[in-house]
Design a protein around this ligand. Structure first.
Ligand code: SF4
Length: 397
């Protein structure tokens, strides 16, 4: 089986800004206010919110006409004012290993242009993980990260964060009325999207309010109902926001660590200059609810000859002492123009042994989707290049 790229762009111009606001991603109070504004009497608002919540997040309705237990006049009134439209899927790539990557286009918000972001689905034995973006581009410039080469355009709204989960579930047939594409690789049983990681484009703690609201909708027990233990927020180390994330979002925490010496981490994850390793680890030690059952994941990308020595592995063990932790070793996924190479497999295994012997789980993440521009941000860059080529062709014509 080989990778496939499904170009889903319509011939028309990019999506124009919608005239009607979306009801996706609102909290219950916000949804109630929207219904009241559409003429729902005060005494009915609670009941209608529950009905809509069920249609949006349990049934996956993408339009009001499907809502058969809502009266026709109310459906019409809602459709006049609001939308449940999904973002445009510009491209969908399917790797030979079943990894799926979507390039999604959201309309301009206020001034500005429509924006493209990426969402990735990784099916594994017994679970399916969705990697969700929080920003368009990123203000940080981690030197190993392709998204770090793209300027921040704007934060994603709570609607846009939740919409990434809805699109994935639509496309995987993970809603009662959706069909699973023939040949799709999904878990044999249970939910197709069983885990969400905020590990896509952007730094989620620099878009705190929208991420908190979006994840609250994703975790709501009467809707998408993903337990907070199955939601992981990954940060490059915005130290002052970590306690707030623990208290107000309450998801699992992952840290993009990648280096054990400040000098090197300043280069790989430049936010380290502001909040160095010792401060970051203090914030981790104080993370609410931390226990052996609720460990922090430390992400460590394996860069050949840069951070992969055995001395680095031993220092990692020393630094994490006392923190219930799991260490994810990530073979580097090279992208055009990157200055690094992936560590040799033997070196990764020896590194993992040192960490393992110290009592930490240190799974080596299997490289996924290498045939589909899997490094985060690559599909967006490729699409922009494509647009540039098209523009030039048009200008010539
Ligand atoms: S690793 Fe995360 S925080 Fe760093 S540049 Fe990439 S997207 Fe931004």
């Amino acid at each position: 089986m080989t990778a496939t790229l499904i170009d889903m762009r319509p011939a028309a111009e990019p999506a124009a800004a919608p005239e009607r606001p979306s009801l996706i991603g609102l909290d219950r109070a916000g949804l109630g206010a929207a219904l009241a504004a559409a003429g729902v009497p005060e005494r009915q608002v609670r009941m209608r919110v529950a009905q809509l919540w069920h249609w949006l997040y349990v049934r996956g309705a993408a339009g009001f006409e499907a809502m058969t237990n809502v009266s026709k006049p109310l459906r019409e009134a809602l459709a006049e004012r609001y939308t449940l439209a999904r973002p445009e899927i510009v491209a969908e790539q399917v790797s030979a290993d079943g990894t799926r990557k979507w390039l999604l286009r959201f309309p301009a918000r206020g001034a500005g242009r429509p924006v493209d972001i990426e969402t990735v689905y990784i099916p594994e034995e017994g679970r399916g993980t969705l990697c969700v973006s929080s920003q368009v581009g990123c203000t940080l410039t981690c030197s190993f990260c392709h998204t770090g080469t793209q300027k921040l355009v704007r934060n994603l709204t709570a609607e846009e964060i939740v919409a990434q989960v809805l699109v994935a579930r639509d496309r995987l047939g993970d809603f009662p009325d959706a069909a699973t594409p023939a040949g799709a690789i999904v878990p044999a049983e249970g939910r197709f999207v069983s885990n969400v990681v905020m590990m896509g484009m952007g730094e989620p703690l620099y878009n705190f309010d929208n991420v908190r609201q979006g994840l609250a909708v994703v975790a709501d027990g009467e809707g998408l109902a993903l337990s907070k233990r199955r939601i992981t927020l990954s940060t490059s180390g915005v130290v002052p926001m970590i306690p707030k994330a623990g208290a107000e979002i309450g998801s699992m925490l992952a840290i993009s660590l990648h280096a054990v010496r400040d000098e090197l981490r300043d280069e790989l994850v430049p936010i380290n200059k502001k909040w160095p390793i010792a401060e970051l680890l203090d914030a981790c030690r104080a993370y609410p609810g931390l226990s052996n059952a609720r460990r922090i994941t430390f992400e460590y990308v394996m860069l050949k000859g840069v951070n992969d020595s055995l001395a680095d592995a031993r220092e990692l063990v020393r630094l994490l002492k006392g923190i219930p932790a799991k260490i994810n070793l990530i073979p580097f996924n090279p992208w055009p123009g990157s200055a690094y190479a992936c560590s040799d497999w033997e070196q990764i295994e020896t590194f993992a042994d040192v960490v393992n012997r110290a009592g930490y789980a240190s799974p080596i993440r299997t490289p996924r989707g290498r045939d589909i521009l899997a490094a985060c941000g690559q599909l967006k860059s490729a699409s922009e290049r494509m647009r540039k080529v098209e523009r030039e062709a048009l200008a010539q014509a």
